[in-house]
Ligand binder design. Sequence first.
Ligand SMILES: Cc1cc2nc3c(=O)[nH]c(=O)nc-3n(C[C@H](O)[C@H](O)[C@H](O)COP(=O)(O)OP(=O)(O)OC[C@H]3O[C@@H](n4cnc5c(N)ncnc54)[C@H](O)[C@@H]3O)c2cc1C
Length: 405
Amino acid sequence: MKKKKIIIIGGGAAGFFCAANLDESKFDVLILEQNSDVLQKVKISGGGRCNVSHACFEPQELVQFYPRGNKELRSVFHKFQSGDTMEWFEKRQVPLKIESDNRIFPESNSSQTIIDTMVDEVKHKQFEVRTQAVVLDIEKQNDHYVVKTASGSYHADYIVYTTGSSPKSLKMIRQLGHNLVEPVPSLFTFNIKNDTLKDLMGTSFPFAEVSIPKLKTKESGPMLITHWGLSGPAILKISAWEARELAELKYHFEIVVNFPGIPPDEAEEKFKKFRQENPKKNIGTSKIFEITTRFWHRILTLAQVELNKNISSLSANELELILGFLCANKMKVTGKSTYKDEFVTAGGVELREINFKNMSSKILDNFYLAGEVLNIDAVTGGFNFQACWSEAWLIAQDLNAKEFW
Ligand SMILES: Cc1cc2nc3c(=O)[nH]c(=O)nc-3n(C[C@H](O)[C@H](O)[C@H](O)COP(=O)(O)OP(=O)(O)OC[C@H]3O[C@@H](n4cnc5c(N)ncnc54)[C@H](O)[C@@H]3O)c2cc1C
């Protein structure tokens, strides 16, 4: 039996994981990568530690972390999910560990371990990898494809398109007939100039709640004051879920922040209870909420309450002001910043043009797509890689199941 030829365009996470799962007895595989090194994003991922996946083993729950793709990924995760990722790497002597926030990393704490495993697997199968091979064009000729690079053309029976979200590769897939959802950034932090945050860089809030009234949306979770404004999971989550709407607002909008993340009436009750139990205390030294003393003093300053004022002599108006700054603080966002260089793109190939049973194109025969090129993305925590692994695995299974005579 003559082996069939597969060309994988893009030597990133999705492309390599697909190759690593393909049956070498059936296929000759060629990976074409435009850079001089493969898997460059894996290398820098998770601060160099590679957050491979997330310890969430129920497909129904796992899809909740994907602002785009949650409906479509359900069936994909039923076939290959985080537990399968752990097993795949562990079978190849790469133990993974689950951290307290459920993120999964290699025990080595080095992304190189993940890279080496996939590169070794591909080498072992004797698949070919060509770097500095920029794919410029793909042409369908009768029953096969011709893939053109500056240094030559290659023929393939099947194409696996895993180019990530570079504008050029999106243009190429559009020229082949696919429609695109316009790419916009996802996962970013908010730029805010506001006296509440001034000079408090590094102050964190474990249970903050952030809402965007205009979009009728809110998220909660840890939040952090940065040099530029606000960051942390609560902000990143809302930036991912509302990526498209926030782009339309040109990143200028109002947010309402509840720093301790408790409803204002509950905060009031908490305050009154504390006052009753500690009537002689100064307001400045009263530890009532889960916030730093520095931040508490900032709130009191904004409410124009003297730090050494006796808590019992606080007026109703002063209390209202304090609770307003603390639990319903309105701020203007005037732009965005990248989170630890971890930019993710929302947008890409329209999901209705993909058959999620096997990640094949509904437009092009014998053509598969996976990874960031699709209109799928997730919040931080290892979910973006998990989508790559699951989709790529599905492609490999579909191809491996083919019978050739
Ligand atoms: C700094 C950073 C840290 C991150 N950390 C994490 C993390 O810890 N966990 C997580 O889950 N996600 C993380 N992400 C997101 C994750 O890296 C991506 O979701 C993932 O890499 C997407 O994989 P992919 O294979 O689709 O695309 P990529 O990894 O981008 O691979 C696509 C490859 O195709 C190549 N290519 C493109 N066009 C062509 C062409 N025309 N010809 C030839 N080759 C081409 C590119 O050079 C690239 O190598 C991080 C992202 C960044 C930027």
